[in-house]
Write a protein that binds this ligand. Structure first.
Ligand SMILES: [Zn+2]
Length: 229
């Protein structure tokens, strides 16, 4: 689910419900007297019924999907599909916040769209960002939790766990390159946050996003060179 959220894609269940609502929207916008439109309206008017063999009519399925989405197929908006996709992605983000997995990502502010680094970064740096955001990195704290390391501590700091935040914000090993990165971000009045450093620059004006990504990419590449992420 976390990977889908990073790419701005709904899961299969949400996608199916989204397509049902979108299809119904197309049907009701057909001209009066159109056979498919009339059939749909006739079926939609029936009460929700589920037969004994668990087969649900399209009308019943649609009503349940609309209740879940809180979004009606008859909504007349110029960007119907985009609004629907945004709604399903928001629902997916809510699901992530209420689950016990993806500890790092669910505590970040996430937008219902593909994350900035997915759209703007080159693949090698996007991989590093994804490893940090999705907690699939090779830092000692993460490996220790997976029983792949004997110690969670940073190799350079005997009293600090080697967490993502430690490496990005505190570890003295990367002080010089971090100083350059933070100064660059500050010069463009970009927030120096976990989100920005890991590739979500949606809070920054569009003209500065590539600059912010380039600044944080240098920090991540320097860390990766010394301590593979
Ligand atoms: Zn350290």
């Amino acid at each position: 689910m976390a990977v889908l959220i990073e790419f701005g894609l709904p899961n299969l269940r949400l996608l199916h419900q989204e397509l049902a609502i979108s299809y119904a929207h197309r049907l009701v916008n057909q001209p009066d007297g159109h056979l498919a439109r009339e059939l749909f309206l006739e079926q939609y008017a029936r009460p929700i019924l589920t037969s004994f063999n668990h087969l649900t009519s399209f009308g019943s399925y649609l009503k349940q999907a609309e209740a879940r989405f809180n979004f009606d197929h008859s909504t007349q908006t110029p960007a119907f599909k985009r609004s629907l996709r945004s709604r399903s992605l928001s629902m997916q983000i809510d699901q992530l916040r209420n689950c016990e997995y993806s500890r790092i990502l669910r505590n970040m502010s996430i937008q219902p769209s593909p994350c900035s680094y997915i759209k703007l970064d080159q693949r090698p740096i996007a991989i590093l960002r994804a490893r940090l955001r999705l907690n699939r990195n090779h830092l000692n704290y993460t490996k220790f939790r997976c029983k792949m390391s004997l110690s969670p501590l940073c190799p350079s700091c005997p009293h600090s766990a080697e967490t993502v935040r430690h490496v990005l914000f505190h570890c003295p090993t990367f002080a010089a390159v971090r100083h350059i990165c933070f100064n660059t971000l500050a010069a463009f009045e970009c927030p120096i946050s976990f989100e920005v450093l890991t590739g979500d620059v949606s809070s920054i004006p569009p003209r500065l996003r590539c600059l912010a990504l380039a600044a944080s990419a240098k920090l991540l590449l320097a860390i990766n060179l010394h301590r593979p992420i």
